[in-house]
Design a protein around this ligand. Structure first.
Ligand code: PEP
Ligand code: MG
Length: 545
């Protein structure tokens, strides 16, 4: 038996076989390069190698299936030598200073879209061909085999790391647990594991490798251990631990339908965080009183192109209707930083966490923002929707947002489209600036929700994605607690409510502190709703004299 140690991000025990995730071709990372000449030379070499492979395939196919069927490989060789195709790759590499893999992937997407839009049936079919040849080139450039996950039975998914865009597209029914070499507790992959209610461990380091693919293992998501080829004694111990966990969950079930009320009679809202429409079921199953954070960007991460107003409207309407009058706080698009989406064509940045993200993108590209706002307001006619804006740093941003909302209202009015006139608009408190001006911001909005993940990152100057910084990361840092208190006092002075929707909301060691601060709502991943209710019911909330 081998034991690996990492950082636990979500409790639970999983028994199963390890499947090692190999990044799929097509899921190409974008990186900045210093020497674009070198990248172009890499592309030329990979293209030549791809043409060589296609020549061989052509010869082999001609022998086996005849010239007519083998012709396609000749067509592919010609496409790779097409001047427009080459110009596009070279232009992307030089103008954006990016890697060849990324330039080929973008060119493939653009050309495929162009072919697909043509009237001629023959040309339409070339869309698949241009993707095919590009994947061959990317494969050669990255030295990767055709990868991806394919398995019939559920597995323990092992990976170097998983990007949020990869995590959201996995088949969740087939995953018993996540274990990764890198990653950190506040990364979005860890957050997704919590929302999916599966044991997860990050930061297992080099000991976790592809050589473990197919091995039997047990994941203990409580203490961060992975046992490879477990011995009989460990197996028995883990079965006992899993049974104790199941028993605890059965006991928590009894709390369903009960109030979130403290011993001294104070009631608090406990809401759930979700990332897509399907998560609403988990929120209801766990008896959440509402949705405190719908990370709408996950809708965008799951698609290959901008989701339309209609697609978004359907998603928001379904959640609002399913929650049947309970509050549903939907956060507008928060991409950038670790949540990259190819079709947004965002610039490559030196410091993406401090870069072009979230509300900044929405204010710079109002057409994207307005599409989302129209969908949100249309959906507001079907339930109790509130809208929340991420990464706010100034009052001016809120004023600009209000102007755009007014335009959306006029458009909807002009078209006689119904929407609620009582939609609450709030902001995330997740930058130190927003805390320091929370007295001014509270006058402009209906509520605050503290994003402790980013607030911690920006206040302590600790990259939330970097596992190396774990030992410096003090989630209970006095600076953070003082900031939350300050925002709460300023919200209440203006008669506004304040919640916490970052991961700290689920930290039971802080529940009493938060209640004493006067926090009105805590929003957590669905599996934490009942443990939090249990905690609230066991403590007092009176402020110390
Ligand atoms: C946060 O920053 O705490 C938050 C809730 O938003 P996200 O984790 O999606 O950045
Ligand atoms: Mg955030």
């Amino acid at each position: 038996m081998i034991t690996l140690k990492g950082t636990a991000v979500f409790g639970g025990i999983a028994f199963g076989k390890i499947a090692y995730f190999k990044r799929k071709q097509g899921q190409v990372k974008r990186s900045r390069v210093e020497d674009s000449g070198l990248e172009i030379a890499r592309f030329e070499a990979a293209k030549a190698a791809a043409i060589g492979q296609l020549k061989e395939l052509h010869d082999k196919a001609r022998g086996e299936v005849g010239e007519a069927h083998a012709m396609i490989f000749e067509v592919h060789q010609m496409m790779l030598d097409d001047g427009d195709y080459i110009d596009s790759v070279v232009n992307i590499v030089t103008s954006q200073q990016v890697n060849a893999e990324y330039a080929v992937a973008v060119t493939a997407d653009n050309f495929a879209a162009m072919f697909a839009a043509m009237d001629d049936e023959y040309m339409k079919e070339r869309a698949a061909d241009v993707k095919d040849i590009s994947e061959r080139v990317i494969g050669i450039l990255s030295g990767a085999e055709q990868g991806g996950i394919s398995f019939d039975a559920p597995v323990i998914l092992a990976a170097e790391d998983l990007a949020p865009s990869e995590t959201v597209t996995l088949d969740k029914d087939k995953i018993l647990s996540f274990i990764t070499m890198g990653g950190s507790v506040n990364s979005h992959t860890a957050i997704l594991a919590r929302m999916m209610n599966i044991p997860a461990i990050v930061g297992l380091g080099d000991a976790l490798g592809e050589h473990l693919d197919g091995k039997d293992a047990i994941v203990d998501g409580f203490n961060g251990s992975v046992y490879i080829n477990p011995d009989a004694q460990t197996l028995a111990q883990m079965k006992e631990k899993a049974e104790a966990d199941a028993e605890k969950k059965r006991l928590l079930e009894q709390l369903k339908g009960k109030e979130n009320v403290t011993l001294d009679g104070r009631t608090i809202d406990i809401f759930a965080n979700i990332g897509n429409v399907a998560d609403t079921a988990a929120a209801l199953q766990n008896d959440a009183g509402g949705i405190g954070l719908f990370r709408s960007e996950f809708l965008y991460l799951q698609t290959r192109d901008y989701p339309t107003e209609e697609e978004q409207f359907q998603a928001y309407k379904t959640v609002a209707e399913t929650m049947a009058g309970k509050k549903v706080v939907i956060r507008t698009l928060d991409i950038g930083a670790d949540k990259q989406i190819g079709y947004f064509n965002l610039p490559v940045e030196e410091n993406p966490a401090l870069g072009f993200r979230a509300i900044r993108i929405c204010l710079e590209r109002p057409e994207i923002f307005k599409t989302q706002l129209r969908a949100l307001y249309r959906a507001s006619a079907f339930g109790n929707i509130a809208i929340m804006f991420p990464m706010i740093i100034s009052v001016e941003e809120v004023i600009d947002i209000k102007k755009i909302i007014a335009e959306v209202h006029s458009e909807l009015d002009a078209a006689n489209v119904p929407y609620s006139k009582d939609v609450e608009c709030g902001i995330m408190i997740e930058t130190p600036a927003s805390v320091m001006i929370s007295d001014l911001l509270a006058k402009e909005v209906d509520f605050f929700s503290v994003g402790t993940n980013d607030l911690t990152q920006y206040t302590l100057a600790l990259d939330r994605q970097n596992p190396q910084l774990e030992r410096f990361h003090n989630a209970h840092h006095t600076a953070i607690l003082r900031m939350i208190q300050m925002a709460a006092d300023n919200a209440h002075k203006e008669g506004k409510w304040i919640g916490i929707c970052g991961e700290l909301a689920a930290d039971l060691e802080l529940t009493e502190t938060f209640l004493k601060m006067g926090i009105d709502e805590l929003s957590v991943s669905p599996p934490y709703v009942l443990p939090l209710r249990e905690k609230v019911r066991s403590i007092g909330a009176a402020k110390p004299k």
